[in-house]
Design a protein around this ligand. Sequence first.
Ligand code: CU
Length: 126
Amino acid sequence: MNKTAKQMTTLTGIFLGVLLAGTMALADDMGNMNGMTDMSSGMGSMSSSEPVGHGKGVIEMIDRKAGTVTIKHGPIREFGWSGMTMTFTLRHRSSLKSLKKGERVRFDVVQSNQGSAVITKIHSVK
Ligand SMILES: [Cu+2]
């Protein structure tokens, strides 16, 4: 092997080395991205762990315009509430569609920062 060929081989070696290092760095980045996906799903479960009360009651009134429903409900243990008739805001206004006055329902309720009771899930029970 002459001197020039030897230099070429060395250069090729360096080039391959840089290329390999680059590929490894790329794999590292992808690992971080997976980590971020895990992080955001963790954040999702954090927000779903807000205190939730579980209630049962009868629908007294529906205000489709305001997006509220008035329910005569039994005690809601999680919040220390006794049975009463009160008006709830629905987080998902579309859930009003399937509700009828006089219907017996089960619902999940959370408390908004403004102190109002917000129904996150509601369905009728037979
Ligand atoms: Cu109440």
